[in-house]
Design a protein around this ligand. Structure first.
Ligand SMILES: [Zn+2]
Length: 205
């Protein structure tokens, strides 16, 4: 299972945020599989507190800049023009960054992430392209665009609901929509981390 983890927990310089979107950086070519640079890396604060997930490419840039160091390695190497670099599985920032308890930016991407690409009415999982955002209380009825009023919704349920409240349409929310907090991020990190034993000791505490 793959989740895009985007920004929000975003001190400067950026410590993640663009996973797994490609980004500019040193020209690093994977030694074996082409996907190595896109693999997830757990980012720890200087205090070993997990704060984000990024991609190998970004993690290597942070290490090259001296912002972070590897705490755990995965089994791959990445070759630059002149040298081979071990690929991290977990990195740690060398200086502590304050991570505000604020919620993430309200965006389609973050709402789909919070709702794990699950239609909040029928409970089925869809690709992002087959999901839309639904205003639980329709805008025409005074509903706001907020974390508490926007949910991931498949087109079928969206059509069925139309300009009505869930009750009027005979639909029920799978769960009450909440803001995307650090707690939500941790849950996502744990979901991703299940696939990597090296993450576990940092995530399950
Ligand atoms: Zn649905």
């Amino acid at each position: 299972m793959r989740f895009k983890v985007k920004g929000g927990l975003r001190p400067r310089p950026k410590i993640g945020g663009d996973y797994p979107a490609p980004e500019k950086g040193p020209s690093l070519k994977p030694a074996s599989r082409p996907s190595v640079l896109q693999e997830p890396v757990l980012v720890l604060n200087a205090t070993f507190e997990p704060i984000n997930v990024t991609a190998v490419r970004r993690a290597l840039v942070l290490m090259l800049k001296g912002v972070a160091q590897a705490e755990e390695l995965n089994s791959h190497d990445v070759h630059s023009a002149t040298s081979a670099v071990s690929v991290p599985s977990v990195i740690r920032l060398l200086s502590y960054r304050h991570i505000p308890q604020q919620t993430r930016a309200l965006s389609r991407k973050n709402i789909l992430l919070r709702d794990r690409n699950t239609c909040q009415f029928c409970g089925r999982v869809f690709p992002a392209s087959e999901l839309t955002l639904d205003h639980v209380m329709p805008r025409s009825r005074g509903g706001h665009s907020s974390w508490e009023n926007l949910v991931a919704c498949c087109y079928h349920c969206n059509n069925r609901k139309g300009d009505r409240t869930p009750e009027e349409a005979g639909l029920h929310l799978v769960k009450r929509p909440r803001p995307f907090t650090l707690h939500t991020s941790r849950q996502l990190m744990r979901l991703i981390g299940r696939q990597d034993a090296k993450w576990r000791k940092y995530l399950f505490y």
